[in-house]
Write a protein that binds this ligand. Structure first.
Ligand code: NDP
Length: 482
């Protein structure tokens, strides 16, 4: 099997060693070997990006838009093929994998349009005869550091606006899911862009990631990953006062009130808690149920969780794929043990499942009788595990929803416009969902969280311009025309 290379300064290059990429659905399935970039190669990528960025920033807008559009269209056209690779390496179901690649394509086509919508402002100076122009300019070279759980989409929603607004990119994907990163890079490498504008440097966070966070010629770091790593990235980058965008973990609450359409509430909760095997930053990991309907809701929710078909990511009847790795499975099972120690009651799941193949399968798990202060309700598990909390009334439900250090998404299921509105206003999270799962967002509007979940300007939609551009204010005295 050949080794998939890094893409540096317009060349495909081997590295200093390689890693194996194996499917979490079946560890005997070797997807490929991926070269690990050396420190000098990462520095070479940054240097090439610096040169290429100047050329790209002065490329005509139509040419820039065409590049983004072509990348987006190819991703959408090949979403079945590339989605299958993504599911094979990450473990999400084929429908989820195909959907992710298609969505990645939509980010590129959306930002192809945004290329043409970068506008400045003009103003009269407070001094007579002087005009003021406020213009947006690219940041320069941007490092993109992305996680494994959406190996293509998280990167696409950073790379597309970065390129649209005239920046160069050095991308370090998560080492556990490099095939999707390589596939996206291969598409970008065939576009008419300056040599070095876009670079793929595969390797671990500790090696490649740390070079990027401390490299002087990088003007912005857009990171998605865990809170712990995000804080480390911020600390490493702070001495250079580099611009940062950190999208991190959460502990998203879903409230189910006594006036909810119960069938919808169960659908919303199952989708939010177990979609993507619970490995979503937007997953509903805390389900806050209004006491009068507590028993009824839990019975239905647990019955649905038990009935979910866990299996190989590519099997047609699979509803929940494997967790991503042996380490993740070990961590999940240790949280199951912790929940029991803390006094939670296991309603279903809680164990590893043996599949036909040797993979990392875990039963969808529900804990009841949990309390807000328990670690299982305060720490991100990133697992197919949902904890049920009971609320006395609406105010109590809102207080429980806000009772963590996180704030990415939050949801409520209710038929009451008054309750939905009050929750939307009181929620300490960046995104609020009414009668919808906490996971599942659009690409043309801002996405991001509050408190411990996010740092820096929002991602996606038109708001992405805040991170990927910088403002210049020019004063112009033209003199006397006579
Ligand atoms: P990690 O924080 O472990 O890793 C994220 C990325 O950072 C990876 O590419 C990783 O490299 C890299 N990295 C690790 N250490 C360093 C370092 N010292 N310097 C620079 N880079 C480093 O997250 P996961 O990949 O495990 O992803 C899961 C997390 O991502 C969850 O917490 C989830 O909530 C969050 N997430 C947040 C989203 C949001 O928009 N808010 C969306 C999706 C996920 P490597 O792993 O190769 O070593």
């Amino acid at each position: 099997m050949t080794v998939a290379h890094n893409y540096i300064a317009g060349e495909w290059l081997g590295g200093e060693g390689e890693i194996e990429n194996r499917s979490p659905s079946d560890t005997s399935d070797l997807i490929g070997r991926y070269a690990q970039a050396s420190r000098p190669q990462v520095l070479e990528a940054v240097a090439a990006a610096k040169d290429a960025q100047r050329a790209w920033a002065s490329t005509g807008l139509e040419a820039r838009a065409n590049v983004l559009d072509a990348i987006g269209r190819e991703l959408m056209q090949r979403s079945q093929e590339l989605g299958a690779v993504l599911s094979r390496e990450e473990g999400k179901t084929l429908a989820e994998g195909v959907g992710e690649v298609y969505r990645a394509g939509q980010f590129f086509t959306y930002y192809a349009g945004e290329v043409l919508r970068v506008m400045g402002n003009t103003a009269d100076s407070v001094r007579a005869g002087i005009e003021v122009l406020v213009a947006r300019e690219p940041l320069g070279v941007v490092a993109v550091i992305s996680p494994w759980n959406f190996p293509m989409a998280t990167a696409a929603w950073k790379i597309a606006p970065a390129l649209a607004f005239g920046n160069a990119v050095v991308w370090k994907p998560a080492n556990i899911a490099p095939a999707s990163a390589w596939n996206l890079t291969e598409i970008i490498s065939r576009q008419a862009i300056p040599r070095g504008l876009f670079n793929l440097v595969m390797g671990s966070g500790r090696a490649v990631g740390q070079v990027l966070t401390s490299e002087a010629d990088i003007q912005g770091i857009s990171f998605t990953g865990s809170c712990e790593t995000g804080r480390g990235v911020a600390a490493a980058a702070a001495p250079r006062l580099v611009r940062l965008q950190l999208e991190m973990g959460s502990k998203n609450p879903l409230i189910v009130m006594d006036d909810a359409d119960l069938a919808r509430a169960v659908d919303v909760a199952v989708n939010g808690a177990f979609g993507g095997t619970g490995q979503k930053c937007t997953a509903s990991s805390r389900i806050i149920v209004h006491r009068p309907i507590g028993e009824d809701f839990v019975d239905r929710f647990v019955a649905r969780a038990r009935a979910l078909k866990v299996g190989h990511a590519l099997a047609a009847d699979t509803q929940i794929g494997p967790v991503v790795s042996a380490e993740q499975l070990k961590s999940n099972l240790s949280y199951v043990a912790l929940a029991r120690e803390e006094g939670c009651e296991l309603a279903c799941g809680g164990e590893r499942l043996e599949g036909e193949a040797d993979g990392y399968y875990m039963a969808p798990t529900v804990f009841v009788n949990t309390r807000s202060e328990m670690r299982v309700n305060q720490e991100e598990m990133f697992a197919p595990i949902a904890c049920i909390l009971e609320a006395e009334d609406f105010d109590h439900a809102v207080a429980l929803a806000n009772d963590t250090r996180f704030g990415l998404t939050a949801g409520i299921v209710t038929r009451s416009l008054a309750r939905a509105t009050a929750f939307r206003r009181a929620s300490q999270s960046g995104c609020v969902m009414v009668n919808l799962p906490t996971a599942g967002t659009d690409y043309h509007v801002p996405f991001g969280g509050r408190r411990g979940s996010s740092y820096g300007p929002r991602e996606q939609g038109r708001y992405a311009i805040e991170f990927f551009t910088q403002v210049k204010t020019s004063y112009l005295y033209a003199g006397d025309a006579t």
